[in-house]
Design a protein around this ligand. Structure first.
Ligand code: NOJ
Length: 672
């Protein structure tokens, strides 16, 4: 296993406090540096309840916990504490790719063993892990005589705030099934059921994100507003109404609450990753973060079609030209969509026609992959299912086997349909099982996955590092066909503090031509410099340069897209205001060059950025791609000024961002 452990010291505090049927009602556990504190207690009716504070400020007020089942008595109250355990962990582990090379897992743990005081004396344990920047907790139902197979009908975990706070949120299933909405910021009272991650700004100026970690064989947690100050877990159901089918022993995903004094602290929290299991894949040598281009934007612009015909994009000839372009410009992969049978007609209606092993006659898979290999480029595979997961699963082994034979080592998957198999939600337990099966099968064939129309990320890439990236947000494609005109500049300045909290996003940045015309009139609403900055702002270890090759030819700004890495040894979120502007600095995997991306919403602004993140005692050359004179996202997105400047960690840069604009910088240390 390559997840090398630097320090591993689980100190079981051995305080296995046997309090059998204790009268003690309140248990407190604080984080390692005493920044945050979790309180657990039983209410007078014996219902579990928790609250959480940070630096003495309330984050979560007393909130009830428990589960209800179909056909079984609920497990919400009537409990007594059998015993508690406390543990501490301080471990630093290494990621094969990510926003940080090393991740420290430093927490204190409280396990509360609960038993129904009367009747069947059923058991449940609640495990809390308290970090300085938040808490994760999960329920574990041990094997026991009076609880075997269950149908969970309701989880009643509450998240109660002191006030009716502001929240950045997207709705559940109302607009689409896979999180492709722009985030709105409203008071909690103005929401209904919202997805996680949901990010709150409290009246005490704390930033709080509620989400979950390690969603395994369970339904996604959404948040149902139960009062102006409170949400309750609302699990996504199966079509038959059951939320989760389970059998003891089983455990729920971790419910996570991350807290920061500023948005950046929330964005760089590693709680989600720490609450997932270490890698199950031992040999990680085949897992390689990489940048790619693709026969893709052409379809969204209707220059090409996925299906057969005179405009078919996935032809052998076209693909070879893309491979040539990739080879010339140092891209590792070429994605080709529409290569396989099943796209003709309305492919979104019913995915049962998709074959994942039969290519269209004008696409010679063998010839193409051989051609690519000679040029040191890989074909990136594509499996669009249109939500027909049964059809896909029936071909899964053969499909990955074929790709492996052809040297294809990454596959983009897709599930464009309101439902999976015509009736189940993508983010239900049904979806969780399917997506996991795909990741595990892909791993068997040494294939990396980039999943579109997914269920939200919960940090599973720690356990399956071949699970590289996901969509699960409004990506660049909306700028080709969305009837609302495309993604707003605010969408991009919100993403780092909302969607990105759930992991890598295959947004597909890199638009260089703003003069395309599509029937919807949609348009990329940023400047060109902003598109460059997105490579630093939006993390994806499979990162695309999404525009047509001809739009990159001869453009000096393209150098930044070629230079910028897609995996980082370190990440610092600098001064940022959610939805207004954000600046992120990241260090490359070799721990040599730094990069910086800064973007603004529709308002132009000047920022002073202290470069104190740069290594001390080093002089750097900054290569700056800034909005040029007169640039703005509405009428003049093109001007970019490229300049060089000597800087060090004492330098304060003045950054001028145009409306919808951005700045992208590469910092190279000077050889002494
Ligand atoms: C939706 C995906 O997000 C997009 O990238 C892809 O081109 C289409 N589905 C077709 O699979």
């Amino acid at each position: 296993m390559k997840n090398r452990k630097y320090r591993y010291c689980i100190i079981a505090l051995a305080s296995i406090v046997m309090l059998a049927c204790s009268t003690k009602k309140t248990y407190k556990i604080s984080s390692p540096e005493k920044v945050s504190e979790l309180t657990f207690e039983l209410t007078p009716s014996g219902q579990p309840q928790y609250s959480f504070s940070s630096n003495g400020k309330s984050v979560i007020e007393p909130s009830l916990m428990g589960f209800e089942f179909q056909g079984l008595a609920k497990m919400t109250d009537g409990f007594e504490v059998v015993s508690t355990e406390e543990k501490s962990a301080d471990e630093t582990w290494e990621q094969p790719w990510g926003e940080f090379k090393k991740v420290r897992d430093h927490h204190n743990e409280l396990i509360v063993h609960l038993k129904e005081a009367k009747g069947e004396e059923r058991l449940v344990d609640i495990i809390f892990r308290v970090f300085d920047d938040g808490v994760g907790f999960r329920y574990e139902f041990p094997k026991q005589p009076h609880l075997g197979k269950v149908k969970i009908s309701n989880e009643i975990t509450q998240f109660t705030f002191k006030d009716n706070n502001e929240v950045w949120w997207i709705p559940v299933h109302r607009e689409n099934s896979y999180y492709e909405s722009e985030y709105r910021k409203t008071l909690m009272s103005k929401t209904d059921t919202i997805n996680t991650p949901a990010t709150f700004e409290t009246k005490d100026k704390l930033y709080v994100a509620i989400h979950e970690a390690n969603l395994t064989d369970f339904a996604s947690m959404t948040l149902l507003k139960t009062s102006d100050k409170q949400y309750k877990s609302d699990l996504v159901p199966w079509a038959d109404g059951v939320k989760v089918y389970a059998e003891t022993p089983f455990k729920t995903p971790w419910r996570t609450i991350v807290v920061g004094k500023n948005p950046g602290e929330v964005a760089t929290s590693t709680i989600m990753l720490n609450l997932n299991e270490p890698s199950k894949i031992e040999d990680l040598s085949w897992i390689t973060p990489s940048k790619y281009i693709g026969i893709w934007w052409g379809m969204h612009l209707e220059k090409y079609t996925w299906g057969q015909g005179p405009k078919h994009g996935a032809t052998t000839k076209n693909t070879k030209e893309y491979i040539d372009f990739a080879a010339k410009n140092g891209f590792d992969g070429v994605l080709v969509e529409g290569w396989n049978e099943g796209w003709d007609g309305d492919w979104t209606a019913d995915g049962s026609a998709f074959s994942f092993v039969k290519a269209y006659p004008d696409f010679n898979l063998e010839e193409i992959t051989k051609y690519a290999a000679v040029k040191n480029v890989r074909l990136i595979g594509h499996h669009e299912t249109a939500g027909a997961t049964k059809n896909y699963e029936s071909q899964l082994e053969d499909a990955f086997k074929l790709y492996q034979k052809m040297g294809v080592n990454s596959v983009k998957t897709g599930y464009v349909n309101k439902y999976l198999d015509k009736k189940e939600w993508h983010d239900s337990q049904y979806g969780a099982r399917h997506y996991r099966k795909v990741i595990e099968t892909a791993a068997k064939y040494h294939i990396m996955i980039d999943n579109h129309e997914p269920m939200k990320g919960t940090g599973l890439q720690r356990t399956y590092p071949n699970f590289m990236s996901q969509e699960g947000g409004r990506g660049q494609e909306y700028n080709a066909w969305s009837i609302d005109g495309g993604n707003t500049p605010e969408h991009l300045t919100t993403l780092p503090f909302t969607r990105m909290l759930s992991g890598p996003f295959d947004y597909t940045p890199g638009n260089f031509n703003f003069d395309y015309k599509t029937p919807s009139g949609a348009k990329v609403q940023t400047t060109l410099a902003n598109q460059l900055a997105l490579y630093v702002i939006i993390f994806s270890p499979l990162q695309m340069a999404s525009d047509l090759p001809e739009n990159y030819e001869g453009k000096p700004e393209f150098q930044f897209v070629k230079d910028v890495p897609c995996t980082w040894s370190d990440t610092k979120v600098l001064d940022s205001k959610i939805g207004e502007y954000t600046t992120i600095a990241r260090k490359d995997w070799d721990e040599k060059n730094w990069y910086l991306g800064s973007i603004t919403n529709r308002n132009a602004r000047d920022l002073k950025v202290a470069l104190s993140f740069l290594d001390k005692d080093k002089e750097y050359e900054a290569e700056i791609y800034a909005d040029g004179a007169g640039a703005n996202y509405k009428t003049n997105p093109y001007p970019v000024t490229i300049s060089k400047q000597a800087v060090n960690n004492k330098t304060v840069l003045n950054i001028k961002l145009a409306a919808g604009g951005g700045t992208a910088i590469k910092f190279t240390p000077k050889e002494k």
